[in-house]
Design a protein around this ligand. Structure first.
Ligand code: ZN
Length: 329
């Protein structure tokens, strides 16, 4: 251990002049040391779970939105790279580029995020650290990012805070590429969080027994990608992306690249006894590419979405119905 500390401080000195100290990467020896320690903690956590899985079913809102945030983070980093408007310098941008490549390499990997239930929350306490962390990972992209579900669900507004989730993903992936400094990774995460907030809209109304919310996370400058789009009422959430995509029709011989949803607002709710009809109008801009000429055209339309809340017979509360109508005109 003493040898390691000596190595550690030597390499800090060596690196301080070449690059920002905070962005310093662990060397191979240091990584091996910390990863061994982290692997042991992970094994211990699994052992405590016994034959049952330590990981929850991943079906809750926070879990779904974290998965989305993970994929979306690459888009938002791209936006910073292209427009250089995220208030960070060239070195930070190149670190972000590396984080982006790591994120992309983990697209489709089901092990990349693991959601840890409340009974194992002590896993997120660090020695010499008073606060419980919201997430943890090792110093290699092959480790999962473990998310502390108890903290994630403590604050209702976190559920749709894609900016906060993206900042957490950036921070943790930053550790995976070998950066140890939490403060520096928070700084990078906050830059992306500001960028996300600029692209995100939440449209919410309080109605009957709860809060009805539509969350939209557009892709900004990236015309090739589709927005995050969810409706939720109390504890039920339904993704809307596929429903909208199905209704968008590009001209013959061309295919849909991406779209944005803007300027949303609700019409006055229509409440009749056991049923509430909610209508949400917005502008829709979509991009179609001609398969032969590869030219891209954009189209602007109005969109109307209809949602229903029904009073359930069992507990007298209103619940969001799965039947949703999307009309583009
Ligand atoms: Zn950290």
């Amino acid at each position: 251990m003493k040898v390691l500390i000596a190595l550690f401080s030597l390499s800090i000195m060596a690196n301080a002049f070449a690059t920002k100290a905070a962005a310093r990467r662990l060397n191979v020896l240091e990584k091996a040391y910390y990863n061994k320690e982290f692997s042991e903690k992970l094994a211990d956590l699994h052992a405590r779970g016994g034959s049952g899985d330590i990981v929850g079913n991943g079906g809750g809102l926070v879990e779904q939105n974290f998965q989305y945030a993970y994929d979306k983070a690459a888009d938002l980093i791209d936006h910073c790279l292209v427009y250089k408007n995220c208030d960070i310098d060239a070195e930070d941008l190149s670190t972000l580029e590396e984080i982006k490549l790591t994120i992309i390499s983990n697209w489709g990997n089901k092990e990349r995020l693991k959601f840890i239930p409340a009974q194992f929350e002590d896993f997120f306490n660090d020695e010499g650290d008073y606060e419980t962390r919201i997430a943890k990972t090792g110093f290699d992209p092959s480790f999962p990012i473990l998310i502390n579900l108890n903290l994630a669900y403590r604050n209702e507004s976190f559920t749709y805070d894609f900016g906060a989730m993206i900042a957490i993903v950036i921070h943790e992936v930053g550790h995976q590429i070998g950066i140890i400094d939490h403060g520096y990774l928070d700084f990078l995460g906050q830059a992306l969080r500001r960028e996300t907030i600029a692209q995100q809209d939440n449209f919410g109304i309080k109605i009957v027994n709860g809060k009805f919310n539509i969350a939209v996370l557009n892709s900004g400058a990236n015309k090739l990608s589709k927005p995050g789009l969810y409706v939720s009422f109390n504890n039920k959430s339904i993704p809307l992306l596929n429903k909208v995509t199905e209704e968008i029709h590009c001209p013959i011989n061309s295919e849909l690249l991406g779209f944005n949803v803007e300027n949303g607002h609700f019409s006055k709710p229509n409440i009749i006894l056991h049923r509430v009809l909610l209508q949400f109008q917005s502008w829709l801009t979509f991009f179609c590419e001609n398969k032969e000429t590869k030219t891209v055209r954009f189209f602007q339309r109005d969109m109307n979405m209809e949602f229903y809340l029904y009073r359930s017979e069992s507990d007298d509360d209103f619940v969001l119905n799965d039947m949703i109508r999307v009309k583009i005109y």
